[in-house]
Ligand binder design. Structure first.
Ligand code: GLA
Length: 387
């Protein structure tokens, strides 16, 4: 697994021996520190872009085709460029490519025939946003160095996922991949689509632990949560038309209108409203360098995702509980959509090595699978690689 220029160049050459010299594009995955399932409710999120990334090498094709090789899937797809706009989803990895190419065309960009070689170091299905990284690196490759406003790139990739892949995701993952900052988390306001960098205090290591499971339920459950949140908004809106999303709702609204809601809808709304508050709380704790308070906010977020939003699972709960029982762990929570994938942990740096080996051992003893563990360093957002 490698994103280095030499590796990409030689694999591109082997795959497309008759192609010209490629350009290289990189788009990072992300780990979300806090603000889970708040993005499609137009609330706040706080991701960091990672040094794990999707890489695309691209050069023009002379046969009028778009040809894509995915290193992780070990598969190649090609389409005549003129057919892209009429493609139907194939329900596999190639939908990310076709979806992005279609959205570029629909937005008026001239998508030229090209050969693409894609290689990702973001583990697939891990909740670290391999899909958005893939989309953004492919979009940049198809643009082949032409300018695009960064926010338009974000929206275009999100639309590809919403409309073509069929996943009603919010804006966080694509946003983090495009706007990522080295050395800082991004506090994104998913309504205004603006962000501010949030430097993380010293004395803390961010470690993601991959449960290596991805329960099938995830995609359907995500859709259900989106609908349940919309149902909560409708009930509040009947009396308060100015409430357009759960971003506008407060605990006071919930106390007043809660009795009119099905209990499940009430709990979903409570998670979103309190989670938005926790993002603000966490940012303040970062600014105050209050590691205990940062950790507490993490723990509360996990409890809320587990009991109110019900998107955790046995493996994630085990990882969180095990981490919290260890010395020098400030906080632990599931991160991403849920139903598998990763937890994110705030650990004292001097204890990081012990934490990693202990949690891996305990998880393997319990579930028979060794988890993957990643040190998370806030990295720069997507772009063309110069070398
Ligand atoms: C997935 C989606 C994001 C976001 C998270 C949950 O990663 O792609 O848009 O909703 O789940 O916070």
């Amino acid at each position: 697994m490698d994103g280095t220029p030499a590796f990409l160049r030689s694999r591109f050459k082997e795959t497309f021996p008759h192609s010209g010299k490629p350009k290289f594009f990189r788009a990072p995955g992300r780990v979300n520190l806090i603000g889970e399932h708040t993005d499609y409710n137009l609330g706040f999120v706080l991701p960091i872009a990672l040094d794990l990334a999707s890489y695309t090498a691209a050069a023009p094709d002379t046969q009028g085709k778009l040809c894509v090789r995915s290193e992780s899937e070990g598969e190649t797809r090609e389409w005549p460029i003129s057919s892209i706009i009429d493609l139907e989803p194939a329900r596999d990895w190639s939908d990310y490519v076709a979806g992005v190419a279609r959205e570029l065309i629909l937005a008026g960009y001239d998508v030229q025939p090209a050969n693409l070689f894609v290689h990702s170091t973001v583990p697939l299905g891990s909740g670290l946003s391999s899909s958005a990284a893939f989309e953004v690196s492919v979009a940049l490759a198809l643009l082949n160095g032409r300018d695009i406003p960064p926010l338009e790139l974000v929206h275009l990739c999100q639309r590809a996922e919403n409309r073509f892949v069929g996943m009603p995701c919010g804006v966080m993952d694509q946003y983090a991949s495009v706007f990522g900052r080295s050395g800082a988390a991004l506090q994104i306001d998913c309504r205004t689509r603006q962000h501010q960098p949030v430097p993380l205090p010293e004395g803390i290591a961010i470690i993601a632990v991959n449960s290596m499971v991805k329960h099938e339920l995830g995609k359907t459950a995500y859709r259900e949560r989106v609908d349940e949140c919309a149902a909560a908004v409708r009930i509040i809106q009947e009396r308060h038309p100015l409430v357009k999303s759960l971003r506008d709702a407060t605990m006071r609204h919930l106390e007043t209108f809660g009795p009119a809601m099905p209990e499940l809808v009430y709990r979903r709304a409570r998670h979103v409203i309190t989670e938005n508050g926790r993002v603000i709380e966490f940012v303040k704790a970062c600014e105050a360098k209050d590691l205990e308070r940062m950790g507490r906010t993490f723990r509360e977020s996990h409890e809320s995702l587990r009991h109110d939003y019900e998107v955790s699972c046995e493996e994630l709960d085990f990882l969180v509980e095990t981490a919290l029982a260890m010395p020098a762990v400030f906080g632990a929570r599931m991160t991403g959509g849920g139903f598998g994938g990763c937890t994110v942990n705030l650990v004292a740096p001097q204890a990081a090595a012990d934490f990693k080996s202990a949690i891996a051992r305990k998880y393997e003893e319990r579930f028979g699978t060794a988890p993957a563990v990643y040190d998370c360093h806030p990295s720069a957002g997507a772009g063309e690689m110069q070398f």
